[in-house]
Design a binder for this molecule. Structure first.
Ligand SMILES: [Zn+2]
Length: 198
C-alpha cells in the first residue's frame, strides 16, 4: 500500500480537505474507518480521507463517532473522523466464494491457539509440509506455536502420531473477508463485524 504524505486531498468536486487541530496530519492519514453497506453489512476499512469524502459528499452517514478522531476541514464544514460509517444507498458487492487466507484471518479462525498443543500460536504450520506437496490453503494450514512448529519440522502427522481436533475448513461470511484484509481491527469495529470476528 502506498503512503501519500500530501497535506491536502481534493474532494470529488475538487475542493481541498485540510486537517485542522493540534494533531499532525499523518495521524489521521493512518487512521482507517470501517465502511458498512446500507444494510449494516461490513464492507471494508477505508483510509480516513476517503471516508471523509463520502461524508462530505453525503454518500455516507456516521454510525459510530470517535471522540478522539481528528478534525478535517473542507471549505464549508469541519468533519471529525469517525470510527464507523454507513453508505446511504445499497451497493451490490459481487459474491466471491472463497475468503483469501491471510495470517491474521487464520489466527482468528484458530482463535490464536496452537492446533497441536493448544498453546499460544505464533506462526503458521502447513499440516502436510510444503516440501511434501502441501498447499498454502485453509484446509492445510493451522495456527501453531513455535515449539510444535519446530519439532514437527517437515514430517506428516501420521509419522508423529499427532492428531488434529477438528477438520480444517475455510471460514464463511463477509466479516472474514474484512478480517483477511486488515491486520489490526479497531476494537470499536468488533460489534459491527458479526459473529466470529472477536
Ligand atoms: Zn503447540
Amino acid at each position: 500500500m502506498k503512503h501519500r504524505q500530501h497535506r491536502t486531498h481534493p474532494t470529488s468536486d475538487g475542493r481541498p480537505l485540510t486537517a485542522v487541530g493540534t494533531r499532525p496530519v499523518p495521524r489521521w492519514l493512518a487512521r482507517r474507518v470501517l465502511l458498512l453497506n446500507s444494510t449494516y453489512e461490513p464492507l471494508t476499512a477505508l483510509p480516513a480521507r476517503r471516508a471523509v469524502v463520502l461524508l462530505v459528499c453525503d454518500k455516507a452517514e456516521i454510525v459510530h463517532e470517535d471522540p478522539e478522531g481528528s478534525l478535517i476541514r473542507s471549505v464549508d464544514c469541519v468533519v471529525q473522523v469517525p470510527s464507523v460509517i454507513r453508505l446511504r444507498t445499497f451497493v451490490h458487492v459481487p459474491y466471491r466464494a472463497r475468503i483469501p487466507m491471510t495470517r491474521t484471518a487464520l489466527m482468528h479462525r484458530d482463535r490464536f491457539r496452537c492446533a497441536y498443543c493448544g498453546g499460544k500460536a505464533e506462526t503458521i504450520d502447513h499440516v502436510i509440509p510444503r516440501s511434501r506437496g502441501g498447499e498454502h490453503s485453509w484446509e492445510n494450514c493451522v495456527a501453531c506455536c513455535a515449539p510444535c512448529n519446530h519439532s514437527k519440522a517437515d514430517r506428516l502427522l501420521s509419522e508423529l502420531g499427532w492428531t488434529l481436533g477438528a477438520a480444517l475448513v475455510p471460514p464463511k461470511g463477509r466479516h472474514w473477508r474484512l478480517l483477511a484484509s486488515i491486520s489490526e481491527p479497531d476494537p470499536t469495529w468488533l460489534q459491527y463485524l458479526g459473529e466470529g470476528a472477536a
